[in-house]
Design a protein. Sequence first.
Length: 116
Amino acid sequence: QVQPVESGGGLVQAGRSLRLSCVLSVRTFNSNELAWFRQTPGKEREFVASIRSSGGTTYYAASVKGRFTISRDNAKNTVYLQMNSLKPEDTAVYYCNKNPPLTRIWGQGTQVTVSS
């Protein structure tokens, strides 16, 4: 398996929370940095958050900082995105990949829809 498998998306009201999961191949999971990205129709995919393998340093887009938390489970080759205080503008398809991303690694993503 090369493509990651993202899950956990859904339809929620503004202000609620969701936790996304992404299972990656061992090779991808062992990359220096893993990240979540998101994309809405007609727009380019954008960076959301990333986590370093060494030390666990995290980085966030300004639009999600303080609301989203990225984490990883080394035993499960899984990276998570805890999303709190969701806003309608967070509506998108969310993807995980290494950072910087590789085209061949993009999965199907998971749809997150936030209603107002």
